[in-house]
Write a protein that binds this ligand. Structure first.
Ligand code: XUL
Length: 530
């Protein structure tokens, strides 16, 4: 029997499945199901339910459950040898939360395979919708929690991050304050990751140290629920939270529902899921500190692993438990591809090829021209009042503005990742804009580091499949090593290496000072106008 492992990734816009064969070291199946297109009855836009308040971003846990049913139907129809899968793991969009009532445990233990998952799960939610990571409606609750925990530095050093609007603790606090009756009727709170794992295991699944650190509720160093943080968030919270556990740890056998309905092997293991960023650490082969990934997606993220736990005193970056052991860092810049697209639109640039050509036609450093591209409220640095700011930059010069936006995004990453004190020896670039060579050259020069491209569309799902394999080997008493396990699966795209130009890199050593000064000036002005 082939050694097959299934990884699922429940992201904002889609549910993806990826199957690996550990013997042949091949990805043998990949499928993605887009929520808006496959499940229009839930009326989401890009996976989010419409809301009049632009700060509120919720989604539907029933839609995620429906997608789980559908992806198994797809796998079965596509002839995936479901009976040969030895273990399943997964990853979910981070921070989102699901609220169960007291019926949930019994219903989960008795899922009826003659019904759909949605039919089974009706009536087990204490809150119909789930706040997700894009929600920024909890500024007040963040301030309250931060104050009770002793300020930014202390909150960050204790829980891994300052209190952030999208983090689960502030979201729970808002729920408790605005819907106290529904909060009182909540018996279990899960994350997106542990919700999906609970369906597969047919019992409330643990939360792992990676996703758990995205809640402002876990003591990062001790890896237990932090009683002060819990108290600062909402009363009686400890009883509503599942236990914490390492990702990939076996929860038990996969539930009967999936065995009877889709022909899964009754001996297959169901394991603890993690967040999509922690899973990508595995899927991108970042277990070695010094290798970082820059993902140029909806939001741009910068992440990598750290052996020692170090947190950001300024409270901009995050530290999570890494699924490969130790810690991982993550900095999330909200104005990623959206801001790049805005500039493209603004200057009527046809496509990304042309955008890249314009960047390449200008000189590195842009003659000192700087653009702060905060089209949307920004996470790093914190900007609540969107707007763009130009310094020594001609608004009419399209090419200079194209260069300026990407230089600013890279300079900002360099500036705001200094607290990690990780000396970067290789950057793996992923995400939509990473196939633009002109942009990658700017990345290599600003960071003064070699950049290689790696296919990320499957980064989290691949990480999840490898995590399933790791969990299965561990449960079998083996002592799997991550380096060996991921070998062959996580290679960068051959020939994609871009080296920094040493002379150009020096230009950015100077420009970063000016960038920091411009950022400070813009932030000072913003604070004056708020
Ligand atoms: C990380 C974050 C996002 C989501 C996207 O803190 O909020 O990257 O995990 O799914």
């Amino acid at each position: 029997m082939a050694k097959l492992f299934l990884g699922l990734d429940s992201s904002t816009q889609s549910l993806s499945a990826l199957v690996i064969n550990l013997d042949s070291r091949k990805i043998i199946y990949e499928k993605s199901l887009n929520f808006d297109r496959a499940l229009p009855q839930y009326k989401t836009q890009n996976g989010v339910l419409p809301n009049r308040d632009p700060l509120i971003k919720h989604s539907s846990p029933l839609m995620w459950a429906k997608a789980l049913d559908l992806i198994f139907v797809e796998m079965k129809n596509d002839g995936v040898a479901l009976g040969e899968i030895l273990a399943i793991s997964g990853s979910g969009q981070q921070h989102g939360s699901v609220y169960f009532n007291e019926r949930a445990e019994t219903v989960l233990e008795n899922l009826d395979s003659k019904k759909t998952l949605v039919e089974n799960l009706r009536g087990i939610f204490a809150r119909k919708t789930s706040p997700i990571w894009m929600d920024s409606s909890t500024a007040k609750e963040c301030a309250e929690i931060r104050k009770k925990l002793g300020g930014i530095k202390y909150t960050a050093s204790r829980t891994g991050s300052d209190a952030f609007e999208r983090f689960t603790g502030p979201q729970i606090r808002k729920f408790y304050k605005t819907e106290p009756d529904a909060y009182a009727k909540t018996s279990h709170i899960t994350l997106v990751s542990s919700f999906m794992a609970s369906l597969l295991a047919e019992k409330i699944a643990p939360i792992d140290f990676g996703d758990g650190a995205g809640m402002n509720l876990m003591d990062l160093r001790k890896k237990v629920w932090d009683m002060d943080a819990l108290k600062a968030t909402a009363p009686g919270l400890k009883l509503k939270l599942p236990p914490l556990a390492p990702s990939g740890q076996a929860i038990g056998k996969v539930g009967n529902y999936f065995v009877e309905k889709f022909g899964l092997n009754p001996e297959a293991l169901s394991t603890v899921w993690t967040g999509d960023n922690p899973a990508s650490v595995i899927g991108l082969g970042l277990s070695k500190p010094g290798r970082v990934a820059i993902s140029l997606g909806t939001s741009d993220t910068f992440f990598g692993t750290m052996e020692k736990c170090r947190t950001d005193e300024n409270g901009e970056g995050h530290v999570f438990g890494s699924p490969t052991g130790g810690y991982m860092t993550l900095i999330c810049f909200k104005n990623g591809s959206f801001a790049r697209e805005k500039i493209r639109e603004l200057y009527g640039i046809k496509n990304w090829d042309e955008f890249g050509k314009l960047v390449a036609s200008t000189k590195p450093g842009n003659g000192g021209g700087i653009l702060l591209p905060w089209f949307e409220p920004e996470i790093v640095p914190r900007v609540n009042k969107p707007g763009i700011h130009r310094f020594d930059l001609d608004t009419k010069n399209a090419a200079a503005n194209c260069r300026a936006i990407f230089e600013a995004q890279m300079l900002s990453m360099r500036l705001h990742s200094q607290w990690m004190k990780v000396s970067t020896e290789k950057i793996f670039a992923t995400g939509g804009a990473s196939n633009n060579v002109a942009l990658l050259q700017v990345m290599a020069d600003v960071m003064n580091c070699c950049v290689e491209r790696i296919e990320v569309s499957k980064g989290a799902a691949l990480g999840a499949a490898l995590q399933a394999a790791h969990g299965w080997l561990t449960a079998a008493g083996k002592n799997p090593k991550w380096k060996k396990l991921v070998a062959g699966f996580t290679a960068p795209i051959p020939g994609s290496e871009i080296r920094p130009d040493k002379k150009t890199a020096r230009i950015y050593d100077d420009l970063i000072e000016k960038y920091a000064a411009c950022e400070n000036e813009a932030l000072d002005n913003l604070h004056k106008t708020i």
